[in-house]
Ligand binder design. Structure first.
Ligand SMILES: Cc1ncc(COP(=O)(O)O)c(C=O)c1O
Length: 498
């Protein structure tokens, strides 16, 4: 740890010094400009027929016109995900399902659960989403308030994770007097934990993972100090789709009296069905003694509209630390369970409607098809000698290059040429595809494998080809100067809104 910090300090010092050299500054500006140009052309393309508004139009635009614009945009933007060419992102996307959810949304479009007295049905639906999710995650049936699993709905995985971390911070401060809290998480855990650490003044200690990309429990053990408030594991982690050894991490947490958060944002709504279908799944839910909270996203494999996640706690007392109340405000008494104030209740109602309309058998069938497709893709990748799987995949398949002659980021670019949108991984370099219902359509897996074989063959034959994302990811993966990468990311965000 100490050596790592010293090395980081040296690299940061070298980076700062290098950036003061005019030639380096000039070179960097040129690189940044290239990235900005790429972002603008990709994310903010000029659409000739769509007027831009930089101020309110004097007179409102006709609704029919707006609907027409939006229909045209959808026609243009939907094919990649509709045809199953995108990793994750749109997990269901079936026309009938989407039309049903839109109808439900329209019926409750005015609902705001902040005003529980006006929209009691929304609150009831939210409570039922929490209960159905807790049941799915094998919450024990008990009258013991310390064992009961309770929670709230939130706007997404990131908010659920933020809230869990805030909860542990406030719990540890109140009940253990810890004022400089630390959380230990494997380096594969989602950046939402970094965000939480940043926002809530928690020190996040990242520990290495093994060759199988699973958390190294020994390293987590060594990272525990008197200030540690919680340990984290993922089920599965976003990068490689592998489940951390949750039982061992939970045992460690129990031994030291710590919180144990399982991030099942990605897997929470599919792993229970994978297990029921008979695939081996590492234990990760509330059956595991020592697990004290789980984040899980209905808006991924729960097939609800985007904007719905659930945070669950073992023990009613823990949830109390999540709440926010203001008793003295001149605007009245104020209490809110999560980060926002007003919330789009229609999203919760539509989420509830998705869960209730699909039902257990619907989820099982979707999972069966996803797993079959994932298996086909996995076997196909195993037969490409230039590629190698990363970890032991279930429904998310990560792979990398097994040949020095094949740059995996160039494969990413080539797949993009074929219309595929895969996710790039770094440190080590790789790609992944999160298989969704969209990929279970006939022929999609076969097309994917054909295109992948072609992409690999092309990259092997043209190692000099530059590509679009390959240089950027190549730089990000190898450059020790993280400040430069940070600046690239900030300029990317600027470019989105400018
Ligand atoms: C494992 C995991 N955790 C957390 C998140 C964050 O979820 P969201 O994007 O809904 O905030 C994701 C998103 O992909 C994820 O895969």
């Amino acid at each position: 740890m100490g050596l790592k910090r010293v090395w980081k300090g040296i690299v940061q010092g070298a980076e700062k010094a290098a950036q003061r050299i005019p030639a380096v500054q000039k070179r960097l500006e040129a690189e940044y400009a290239q990235v900005e140009q790429l972002v603008r052309s990709k994310m903010r393309p000029t659409i000739e027929w769509l007027p831009e508004f930089h101020a309110l139009p004097e007179q409102g635009v006709a609704q029919a016109q707006i609907l027409e614009w939006l229909r045209q945009l959808r026609e243009h933007e939907a094919p990649p995900w509709q045809q199953g060419r995108v990793s994750g992102t749109v997990y269901h996307g079936g026309e009938e399902h989407s039309a049903f959810l839109s109808q439900v949304y329209a019926l409750h479009a005015q609902s705001n659960p902040l005003h529980a007295d006006l929209f009691p049905s929304t609150i009831r639906f939210e409570a039922e989403i929490v209960r159905m999710t807790a049941h799915l995650l094998r919450a024990p049936t008990t009258d013991d308030p310390d064992q009961q699993v309770v929670g709230t709905t939130t706007s997404g995985g990131t908010e659920s994770i933020l809230l869990a971390m805030k909860t542990y911070r406030d719990w540890a401060r109140a009940e253990k007097g810890i004022t400089e809290p630390e959380v230990v998480a494997p380096e594969t855990a989602h950046p939402a934990f970094d965000k939480a650490a940043h926002l809530f003044c928690i020190k996040l200690i990242r520990t290495p993972v093994g060759d199988d990309f699973k958390a190294n429990v020994e390293a987590m053990h060594r990272a525990i100090t008197r200030r540690t408030i919680a340990l984290v594991g993922s089920a599965p982690g976003y990068p490689h789709g592998v489940i951390d050894p949750i039982p061992q991490i939970a045992q460690l947490a129990k031994q030291y009296g710590l919180g144990m958060h399982v991030d099942a944002c990605l897997g929470g709504f599919i792993l229970p069905f994978i297990e029921e279908l008979g695939y081996p799944v590492t234990p990760w839910d509330f059956r595991v003694d020592g697990v004290t909270s789980i984040s899980v996203d209905p808006h991924k494999y729960g097939y609800t509209p985007k904007g719905l996640s659930v945070i669950l706690y073992r023990g009613r007392r823990l949830r109390r630390y999540q709440y926010f109340t203001a008793t003295d405000w001149q605007g009245g008494l104020y209490a809110s369970p999560t980060l926002p104030g007003s919330r789009p209740g229609a999203l919760s109602v539509a989420g509830w409607a998705a869960m209730v309309s699909i039902g257990k058998q619907g989820y099982l069938e979707a999972t069966r098809q996803i797993m079959q497709t994932a298996l086909t893709i996995r076997k196909g990748i195993e037969q490409i000698p230039e590629l190698r799987l990363m970890g032991e995949p279930l429904f998310l398949i990560a792979f990398t290059s097994a040949s020095e002659k094949v740059n995996i980021y160039q494969v990413l670019d080539q797949m993009a040429q074929h219309g595929w949108r895969l996710n790039a991984l770094q440190r080590p370099a790789g790609l992944h595809l999160a298989v969704t219902i969209r990929h279970t359509q006939p022929g999609v897996a076969e097309t994917f494998l054909n295109d992948l074989r072609e992409a690999v063959a092309y990259v092997k034959a043209h190692p000099e080809a530059k590509g679009e994302m390959a240089p950027i990811y190549g730089m990000a993966n190898s450059l020790p100067f993280r400040g430069v990468i940070d600046e690239v990311l900030r300029r990317y965000l600027d470019a989105l809104y400018d």
